[in-house]
Design a protein. Structure first.
Length: 286
């Protein structure tokens, strides 16, 4: 006699980041959650990247019946979030085809599509699939653009990269239902925050040293940008918006946040362009 068991009942429904992201906070979410407020109204994440904290908060029920605002300056990333939220099935169809046909030639032809003028007009679902495909197959999952804004990370050497992952996409899609997903500079995003809301800032880190190669985004986020962020941070705090930030443990950053509570926590870097330089760095929670 054969007994059939319906395994779908036991499928994991936990949501998690659908991409690898430089500066991703998966290894730190427990420390971040321990330091965040328990009572707040809306949730804001203006440097969402891979969304490690958002997905963890969602899994743990912290965002139940709350308004959620997620944003980032990277248009390709935000398009991917929007497609996952609204069109997971169509996206998976594209990913399935990329999974079947993945090879070096396909990688470079897909990667180089943004060298064409028509790139902007490509179908948004296909562009989201391209973004995930490149992230899963390029060197170290590094999202790097040249000065013209073209994706220029070479192909990685993964034997069998998982490009099509039904559970990952559907779980992320469920977690994103009802969220506002916007492509904005952080300053424009937080205009929506009101007293009693909670904003978690995770900007590109201020480099640990002048030669530090960790910050690999095209985005420049040095002194001027960090100071712009400090002003916003202070302004929100004075309006009774609850604010929390992760940043690097440097004298410059500590000076910006004198008077705020600063916690030092240990982190292991997952992405660094130079494999040798992977290691522990200390993060700051303001
Ligand atoms: C450290 S990463 C965030 C990582 C994210 N917390 C995670 O867990 O994956 C910083 C993010 O800031 C975004 N960014 C850089 N400059 C920005 C700006 N001016 N406004 C909004 N987002 C920006 C980058 O695209 C990147 O996704």
């Amino acid at each position: 006699m054969t007994i059939q068991i319906n395994l779908s009942k036991f499928q994991n429904t936990e949501s998690k980041p659908f991409i690898k992201w430089a500066g991703g906070k998966r290894a730190l979410v427990d420390s971040i959650i321990a330091s965040m407020p328990r009572n707040f109204n809306a949730y804001f994440e203006p440097f969402v990247g891979g969304g490690a904290l958002f997905f963890a908060l969602k899994n743990q029920g912290f965002l139940e019946s709350k308004a959620i605002y997620l944003s980032d300056k990277n248009t390709e990333l935000i398009n991917t979030y929007q497609v996952i939220q609204k069109n997971p099935k169509a996206l998976l169809k594209e990913l399935e085809s990329l999974q079947k046909n993945h090879n070096k030639e396909l990688f470079y032809s897909i990667r180089n599509l943004d060298r064409n003028k028509d790139f902007m007009h490509l179908d948004s679902i296909f562009k989201a699939a391209r973004f995930i495909y490149l992230n899963k197959t390029c060197f170290n999952g590094l999202c790097r653009y040249n000065a013209k804004g073209e994706f220029n990370t070479p192909m990685g050497s993964y034997k069998n990269p998982k490009i099509y992952d039904k559970n990952l996409i559907f779980n992320a899609s469920n977690a994103l239902q009802g969220a506002q997903i916007l492509c904005l500079d952080f300053v424009d995003m937080i205009k929506l925050a009101k007293s009693g809301d909670f904003v978690y800032f995770d900007p590109p880190y201020y480099p640990l040293s002048k030669t530090s190669s960790f910050v690999s985004y095209t985005d420049v986020f040095l002194e001027k940008e960090q100071e712009r962020l400090r002003e916003i941070f202070k302004e929100l705090d004075s309006k009774n918006v609850k604010v929390l930030q992760s940043n690097s443990n440097t004298t410059f950053i500590k000076e910006q946040y004198k008077g705020f509570k600063i916690l030092e926590i240990q982190a292991k870097r997952a992405i660094n362009c130079k494999g040798k330089k992977r290691g522990e760095i200390t993060e700051l929670l303001n």
